[in-house]
Structure formats: C-alpha cells, structure tokens
Design a protein around this ligand. Structure first.
Ligand code: IPM
Ligand code: MG
Length: 373
C-alpha cells in the first residue's frame, strides 16, 4: 500500500526514538512491498524556537494531509517557565484536538522477558494484558482556565472540567468495541461519588453498553479504587475507559506493570473516514521527552517501535505487519537485548540505535524464515 506518514520528532529524546520508529517502518515497507513516504515537521519546543508556535500551520497542514502521524515527544526545561504563554505541550494538545483524536489507546501488556524489570512481584504480573482507552480531547485539560490576583496579593485559579453526552458516548463506544474483540470486559472509571461530569459519564456508559453492547460486561469503578486495584490485581482488567485526566494519571501508573515507561506505545484515534481504508491517527510512545538523557543514545526506542506497530494495525489496516513487528520486539528481548532503562544491575545494555537495528533485522530475518517454509 502507499501511505504518507508525518513524522514529528519533537524535543529531548523525541528525535532519537522517532528515528528508530522510522527505521522499523522502512523495514516493514521493504519486507511487504509497501511504499511509505515520511515527511518531517516541527512540533513542541523546537517549533517554538523556529517559529514562535508549538504547532505551526505547516505542521498542522501536513498532519491533515498525511495518512497518519508518528510523534516522538515534546517539552523540556528550556520551555518550562510557568509564566510562559506558549508551551510545547500546547502543540500536542492542539494537534490532538485539531485532528479530532478523541480515543487514546494505551495497551499495557507485560512481556514475559521483562517481568524482572518491574518493581512489582512477578506472580502479580504474569498474563497482564490490559488496554486503557483514555478520552483525549475533552475534560479539564481543555476547559476554560482563569487566574486572578486579589487585592491582598493572593491568587485564585480555576480549570473547568466539562463533558457532553456525545463526547462520552463516542469514546465509550470505541472502548466497548475493543472489549468485544478482546475478553469482553469493560471497566468504566470515574469519580461519580463527587463529580457531576462523572455522574454523566457513568449514566452514558451504562446506556451505551445496555443498548449497543449487551454482550460486553460493564463494571463501574471509582478512580481512587482503580489506582489501587491496578497494583493489587492487574490481571483482572481487560479494557478500562476513562476521562482525560484520570487516564493520564492511571496510564503512568499502569506503565510500571510493564517494567518501564520506555516500552509502552499509544494510539490516538479519531472517527473513521467514511469509505477510507486508512483511519486518522497519531502514534507516540507514552513517555515524555526525558531531556536529562537526550542525545546520549540511551533512550529506549521500543515505545515508539510498538507505536509504529499500532499505526500499522489501526490506521493502515495492516495487522500481519503489526503482529510481525511486535513479534520482532519480543524476539530481541528474548535474545536478552536491553536498553539501559530495562537492564538489571550488572546486566549489559545496548544503545537506542542498536535496539532499533536489532528489531529491523529481526523483521528481515523473519522474512528469510518465511521463505524457507
Ligand atoms: C501524555 C502527556 C501529555 C498529556 C502532556 C505532555 C500534555 O502527559 O500524553 O500522557 O497529559 O496528555
Ligand atoms: Mg501523561
């Protein structure tokens, strides 16, 4: 197939990990005879430096035109001034909003080879395979904000959290469809004992499931309890659906089940384009720009590489290619290759680029195996 992939490397370790995402996608294109065109653009702090805006018009235009977007990470101390009006994160939030990417998929699968890398006990982790579907374009991250100074010099700030029926419906529907294709269980997470937005969320989730997904088992869970159960019995979860901020926090927590934030991918999806084979989406590792380790070649590219696998599966409808890429990652991990974040004390580790090359080579190796058969 032909596809145009916008590559927004961003800041910090973003360029290093994005380069490995591109490398494995090139390997996929070569092995299966696809034609992927990669087009780069600026987002985040580097875009502020070059243009004054974290999401320049050219970047947004490219993302709209491309079939799909692969992103590294944004942000860094250089742009961290709390007084600043323009911040790198606005680029990412603006992009999600402008492209209508309301469903953020964050799968957390514990890879057997990495069980030792998690601080949690192995018996809790074996078989953990959950998917968090985070609402991505609403709630408190996008509500009106205010800040006012009072006469006595103290200040007052507000962030509005708002949700509408339609915003809840579409993300719950997406999550329920994933649950149906997996183990048939959906946990909807809210704070309905306190928040009105959560009471709306809960009512809508119950209705959508009753009307459209009677075969999917729905449970409601309060977010504080969910934070606890994710550590106490992570293997019980199948699909979790929740609002923007809860999803942000719970997925950082859940990432520790997998051993390192460095290995976790994400997909942000919008509504399918009617009649189109490709589905708009933005793919990025869940980790941040990690400025402290930038340009040292020690970042873990697997979160981006696994995001590229999600890109193949969800946006380009290439499930065989996606599974082969995931299998290539498991293969290199089983061989004992580790980046620094995954290495146990005293264990040797490989650099970012070496890990990317190893995955790309495992893909090509798989082609040779296939030919022999
Ligand atoms: C994430 C990040 C972003 C978010 C930040 C960088 C705006 O934490 O993707 O989880 O909160 O969504
Ligand atoms: Mg986050």
């Amino acid at each position: 197939m032909d596809a145009t992939i916008a590559v927004l490397a961003g800041d910090g370790i973003g360029p290093e990990v994005a380069a490995e995402g591109v490398r494995v996608l090139r390997a996929v294109a070569e092995r299966w005879g696809h034609r992927f065109e990669f087009r780069e653009a600026l987002v985040g702090g580097c875009a502020i430096d070059a243009t004054g805006s974290p999401l320049p018009d050219d970047t947004l235009a490219l993302c709209r035109e491309a079939d799909v977007v692969l992103l590294g990470a944004v942000g860094g101390p250089k742009w961290d001034d709390p007084q600043a009006k323009v911040r790198p994160e606005q680029g990412l939030l603006g992009l999600r909003r402008a492209l209508g990417l309301f469903a953020n998929l964050r799968p957390v699968a514990v890879r057997e080879a990495l069980i030792g890398a998690s601080p949690l006990r192995p018996e809790l982790l074996r078989g953990v395979d959950l998917l968090v579907v985070r609402e991505l374009t609403g709630g408190i991250y996008f509500g009106d904000k205010s800040r006012e100074k009072r006469d006595d010099g103290s200040e007052r700030a507000t962030d509005l959290c708002a949700y509408e029926t339609l915003e809840v419906e579409r993300v719950v529907r997406a999550a329920a469809a994933f649950a149906r294709a997996r183990r048939g269980r959906l946990t909807s997470v809210d704070k309905a004992n306190v928040l009105e937005t959560s009471r709306l969320w809960r009512a809508v989730a119950s209705r959508v499931l009753a009307e459209e997904f009677p075969d999917v088992a729905l449970e409601h869970m309060l977010v504080d309890a969910c934070a606890m159960h994710l550590l106490r019995r992570p293997g019980d979860f199948d699909v979790i659906v929740t609002e923007n901020m809860f999803g942000d926090i719970l997925t950082d927590e859940a990432s520790m089940l997998a051993g390192s934030m460095g290995v976790l991918p994400s997909a942000s999806l919008g509504a399918p384009r009617p009649g189109a084979v490709t589905q708009p989406g933005l793919y990025e590792p869940i980790h941040g720009s990690a400025p402290d380790i930038a340009r040292q070649g020690v970042a873990n590219p697997l979160g981006t590489i696994l995001s590229a696998a999600l890109l193949l599966r969800h946006s380009l409808a290439l499930p065989a290619e996606a599974s082969a890429l995931e299998a290539a990652v498991d293969h290199v991990l089983a061989r004992g290759l580790r980046t620094r974040d995954l290495a146990e004390p005293g264990q040797p580790w490989v650099r970012t680029e070496e890990m990317g090359r190893a995955v790309a080579e495992a893909l090509v190796g798989a082609r040779e195996d296939a030919r022999v058969v």
